[in-house]
Design a protein around this ligand. Structure first.
Ligand code: NAP
Length: 546
């Protein structure tokens, strides 16, 4: 069916509604949800704060930004035509190419005509008497719709560090997630980077290529692993295109939708030689192999984890010339893989450059940002530029930025105070007709794979409602309780829950986010999908359509 035919068949909307559905965000999830709801003949509007599509890949233009998942496992899988038309040029696509891809998708499926750019949503209130959502933009425009679909992403509310004096700095300063669209040169400049997460690592290794002098301010080192990126050859391109069915089948079967999945063996049941050979192979494997494809007990058994951590520590010691610097770069408070593993291409060698300095701010804390640079307890450093790679108010932060209110004016922020509770990570009781994409408590992993599933599940639910002339959907408290208990059960015994990170909901730059919570579903993606499929097959059992 063509798009125009679908539009012609649109069912009559309830009076007083501007749209059947409003999607907030034109990233990977928002774009696909628009496509899927058009198929249902729905009148949909996407509201997007940026000037273009792409979400994460629109905002995060920092130097060195690129995929950590294999490009061909990351793109949309829903259109064979798209898969055959698009050529990824590298095994791990750089940000400009990914953004180009998402623009290509928007053009191909004519998505832009239903997207309103430069429109930041500030509030979404459910009006129970009329069974509709009233959405308000920063400019004061009001939109009324039946379904409110926040597609705001888990990592889209950037946070600045809580350091005095930030506005006083006279040089250039950037947060990686709001990087300018114009090129930024580091040549001959004295540059500071604060933050050494996946973003900081990619930024540092790129800036170091041309910088005059680079100073990295590190609070917690992370275990990084070589990405091993390279160009895709013509022959590989042909083979990839012929193998898409197998690639996505593989992603469907693995624990977190990556091409890699845990090895069934325990690290403790193999000989020391076998272990060493296996880890050596994983270290050389491109992408997340060492994180996602390691011994099955690496993330649950302290001893197994130590084996892997010791191996990677050895690699860091080999690669960094100065043993004192090497020790600073080796994490001591958490084991390998218990936080998101940054992928690197020459990161450790950066610290062998004579123009690069590592400052451990646990030894010499940052006291303030000054007009000239950064003052630590030890001395003042002068800079031309400060780059904040200080991360995000993750998982719930992008929701918290919008004043979302359900029945009786209940704020979502308050509903989640103390503990997040959801139904499948998609719905929340007392927030009828709100369907979250990549919300808390969903399976994250290789995100586009999880997104496609979530989007299709939501489209399935809305299609079911359309078919049965239903205009109201709210999960029952019991269904929310059951799903939340399942999410918590899966979090038990994971070493990743013993360390602060965005994955445990901790961001010390934000009030009220200093204690660890169960923020994400950590069971397998196939088990997640099986649960959601069961719900759908039972006519959306757990959802009250009254
Ligand atoms: P992040 O992992 O939260 O890292 C933030 C960094 O800033 C940490 O090193 C943190 O130190 C530091 N920091 C924060 N506040 C600070 C302060 N007041 N003083 C000093 N240091 C401070 O954020 P991210 O690196 O942006 O990455 C977030 C996630 O985005 C990743 O885990 C990943 O899932 C995703 N990502 C994906 C890709 C990709 O796919 N290619 C690339 C980049 C990011 P502490 O550790 O001590 O808190």
């Amino acid at each position: 069916m063509s798009t125009s035919e679908m539009t012609a068949e649109r069912p009559q909307r309830q009076q007083g509604l501007d749209y059947d559905a409003i999607i907030v965000g034109a990233g990977i999830s928002g774009m696909y949800q628009l496509y899927k709801l058009r198929e249902l003949g729905m009148n949909v509007r996407v509201l997007e704060a940026g000037t273009g599509v792409g979400g994460t890949w629109y905002w995060n233009r920092y130097p060195g930004a690129r995929f950590d998942s294999e490009s061909y496992s990351y793109g949309y899988s829903f259109s064979d035509e798209l898969l055959q038309e698009w050529n990824w040029t590298e095994h791990f696509s750089p940000q400009p190419e990914t953004l180009k891809y998402l623009n290509f998708v928007a053009d191909k499926f004519d998505l832009r005509r239903d997207i309103e750019f430069r429109t930041r949503v500030t509030a979404a209130h459910f009006k129970a008497d009329q069974r509709l959502w009233e959405i308000r933009s920063e400019a004061g425009k009001v939109y009324r719709c039946r379904f409110f679909i926040p597609a705001v992403g888990p990592l889209s509310a950037p946070t600045m560090p809580r350091i005095d004096g930030i506005p006083s700095f006279e040089g250039a300063s950037y947060h990686t997630a709001t990087w300018p669209h114009e090129p930024v040169s580091f040549e001959g400049k004295r540059v500071a980077v604060i933050g050494t997460g996946a973003t900081g690592v990619q930024t540092i290794q790129e800036v170091a290529k041309t910088v005059g002098h680079l100073t990295v301010f590190q609070r917690t080192p992370n275990w990084c692993k070589p990405l091993k990126n390279r160009k895709i050859t013509e022959d590989e391109q042909r083979r990839i295109k012929a193998a898409y069915d197998e690639i996505f089948k593989r992603c469907d079967e693995t624990f977190s939708c990556f091409l890699h999945t845990p090895d069934p063996r325990s690290a403790m049941e193999v000989s020391a030689e076998e272990r060493e050979a296996f880890l050596e192979k994983l270290y050389e494997t491109p992408g997340f192999g060492m994180w996602q494809g390691n011994f099955r007990d690496m993330l649950t058994n302290r001893e197994a984890n130590k084996v892997v951590s010791d191996f990677v520590a050895g690699k860091i010691r080999q690669r960094v010339n100065d043993p004192v610097v090497a020790e600073k770069l080796i994490p001591k408070n958490h084991g390998f893989g218990t936080r998101r593993v940054p992928m690197e291409s020459g990161y450790y060698e950066v610290y062998n450059q004579p123009n690069v300095e590592l400052v451990d701010i646990n030894e010499t804390p940052i006291e303030r940002i000054t007009p000239k640079g950064i003052r630590t307890s030890d001395r003042e450093y002068e800079f031309d530029m400060i780059i904040y790679a200080t991360g995000f108010d993750a998982v719930t932060g992008s929701f918290d930025r919008i004043d979302i209110r359900g029945t009786d004016g209940l704020a979502l922020k308050d509903r989640w105070k103390g503990s997040i509770e959801t139904f499948l990570g998609i719905m929340v009781d007392r927030f009828p007709n709100m369907m979250m994409l990549v919300g808390p408590h969903t399976a994250l992993g290789n995100i586009p794979r999880s997104i496609e599933y979530n989007v299709e599940w939501v489209a399935g639910l809305l299609g079911y409602m359309q078919q049965h002339k239903l205009s109201f959907a709210e999960p029952t408290p019991g269904a929310v309780e059951e799903w939340t208990a399942n999410v918590r059960k899966h979090a038990e015994g994971l070493l990743s829950n013993e360390i602060d990170s965005w994955m445990t909901g901790v961001n010390r730059n934000i009030d009220g986010k200093t204690t660890r919570i169960v923020a994400r579903y950590s069971g397998s993606a196939p088990a997640y999908r099986a649960w959601c499929d069961r719900v759908a097959a039972a006519n959306y059992e757990g959802v009250d359509f009254a």
